[in-house]
Design a protein around this ligand. Structure first.
Ligand code: 5GP
Length: 192
């Protein structure tokens, strides 16, 4: 998605060698018009799938998932990362190692909101080592649901998540794939 790549080049900052900050438009302040374009692009790639639910994980996946879901006209279910008194006790749970926090957490989804009737599209803002997406796939499997695929805004192609998912035969669409980056330049994978 050319407008996404242009925006990453113009506005993103790279921290160290492997964290990209896009707080201007995606992760802290959200540009809703741009988000609508992102939603349309994800919809275009998966519109032939009979999607019944979009699954993401709190917090930063929610905005992107909602933008796509408004075109599919299906509910968004977001996995919760922390125990909460108002979360149902009957949950699908998967342990996930967080790349940005460098610690594990339990990802939970109430059993009310996913079932074997569902055909699930997983959406997230970033794909790095793929742990968050693997946790969501684990939850889809626990529910007995089927997987339509995985839609990602920014994949860091130099980390292993995308490769591992594609090796499993899963359809993974990333709107921008970063091949390499440092503080002075960002290189995108060409075929995107
Ligand atoms: P993974 O589980 O694929 O290793 O990491 C993906 C999750 O970590 C995403 O849900 C995203 O929130 C966060 N993440 C991973 N890398 C980055 C990054 O470079 N920048 C930002 N803002 N978030 C990231």
């Amino acid at each position: 998605m050319q407008s996404l790549k242009d925006r990453i080049r113009a506005e993103a900052t790279v921290i160290g060698t492997d964290i990209l900050k896009v707080d201007h438009f995606l992760n802290h302040q959200v540009d809703v018009d741009f988000l609508q374009e992102v939603g349309q692009e994800l919809y275009r790639h998966f519109q032939d799938e009979p999607v019944t639910k979009i699954l993401t994980v709190e917090a930063s996946g929610i905005a992107v998932a909602v933008a796509a879901a408004m075109l599919f006209h299906v509910p968004v279910v977001f996995a919760k990362k922390s125990a909460s008194l108002n979360l149902d006790q009957d949950t699908y749970t998967s342990e996930v190692f967080s790349f940005t926090r460098q610690t594990s957490y339990l990802m939970k989804v109430s059993k009310r909101y996913l079932s074997q009737e569902d055909h699930v599209l997983i959406i997230d803002d970033f794909l790095a080592n793929g742990r968050a997406v693997q946790g969501m796939i684990d939850i889809v499997k626990q529910a007995g649901a089927s997987l339509a695929g995985v839609g990602i805004v920014i994949e860091k192609g130099f980390q292993e998540g995308g490769r591992l998912l594609r090796q499993q035969g899963i359809k993974v669409v990333s709107l921008a794939i970063i091949e390499a980056m440092d503080e002075s330049h960002i290189e995108f994978r060409e075929e995107q």
